[in-house]
Structure formats: structure tokens, C-alpha cells
Ligand binder design. Structure first.
Ligand code: IDP
Ligand code: MG
Length: 142
């Protein structure tokens, strides 16, 4: 298996519910290494840029309003098989359908406000990480 990067975002609902520590603990316990992290409040247009792939979906306005509604925590994570393993850890998009013990099942309220983002492919893991972190601020494996 190859070492991969995924971009996690602890979404504004996660920050508002004071769950940053709880979620990062689960991410670290699952073996992911943090390579970059920050607290940031996205503007509406920054949220639209990040989610541009969804611009024609009916929930695009709701999603980008939510993602710009308060601070969030983007995190570059690294691990063997990070893309698939992180998505297993957070669970299905809709928390009602997420497996028991997953982050979304434990903490999320709805399909829109679902606590955490994760990249869906190796290529997007790199593109999405670069949206928030230029390569020189991503800490190398020591
Ligand atoms: P993912 O985050 O599990 O990869 P995507 O289908 O890529 O799910 O959707 C991106 C985000 O858009 C979701 O995490 C969720 O916040 C939001 N979203 C997806 N589907 C819906 C919906 O049907 N209603 C409202 N928001 C949605
Ligand atoms: Mg997605």
C-alpha cells in the first residue's frame, strides 16, 4: 500500500460543538499523521471554490453557506491507504446511514452538517491539500 495524503476539514459544526479535540483524537488513534493544520474562517467564495465540483448540485448554496458560517479546521493527513481509511473512519455522508462508531455517526446531526470532510481520491487529496496549504508549510516526514 502507498503512503497517501487526504485533506480533512473539521467543519463549522464540529468547531461550534467543541468537538475538535474529540475528532482529532480519533484520527490520531486510527494511525494518521498530521502534516499541516490551521483554524480558518472561509468566505462564501472560498467555500464555493473548494466545493466547485458540486456547483450544479441542489445543495450547493446550503453547503457553501454552512461551510462559511464559522471557523473550520483543515488538516493534511498522511497514512498508508489514507483516502479509503479516512473515509471509513468518518463514515457515510449521511450520518443516519453511517456505520456505528464512525465519526459522523457519533457526532453529526444531518447530511449537510456532517462534522468532517475527507478527500475522495489520491489526486483530490493533493489538490485539496494545496487549496489550504502551500507545499512549503506541509511538514515533511522526519
Ligand atoms: P462527502 O463529504 O461524504 O464526500 P459529497 O457527496 O462529496 O460527500 O458532498 C459534499 C458535502 O455536501 C457533504 O459532506 C455534505 O456536507 C453536503 N451534502 C451532500 N449531500 C447533501 C444533501 O443531500 N443535502 C445537503 N447537503 C449535502
Ligand atoms: Mg466528497
Amino acid at each position: 500500500m502507498a503512503l497517501e495524503r487526504t485533506l480533512a476539514i473539521l467543519k463549522p459544526d464540529c468547531v461550534r460543538k467543541n468537538l475538535i479535540g474529540e475528532v482529532i483524537k480519533r484520527i490520531q488513534d486510527a494511525g494518521f499523521t498530521i502534516r499541516a493544520m490551521k483554524l480558518v474562517r472561509l468566505s462564501k467564495s472560498e467555500a464555493e471554490g473548494f466545493y466547485a465540483v458540486h456547483k450544479d448540485r441542489p445543495f450547493f448554496g446550503e453547503l457553501t453557506t454552512f461551510m462559511s458560517s464559522g471557523p473550520c479546521v483543515p488538516i493534511v493527513l498522511e497514512k498508508e491507504n489514507a483516502i479509503a481509511d479516512y473515509r471509513t473512519l468518518i463514515g457515510a455522508t449521511n450520518p443516519a446511514e453511517a456505520a456505528d462508531g464512525t465519526i459522523r455517526k457519533l457526532f453529526a446531526d444531518s447530511v449537510g452538517e456532517n462534522i468532517a470532510h475527507g478527500s475522495d481520491s489520491v489526486e483530490n487529496g493533493l489538490i485539496e491539500s494545496a487549496y489550504f496549504f502551500p507545499e512549503h508549510v506541509v511538514v515533511a516526514n522526519s
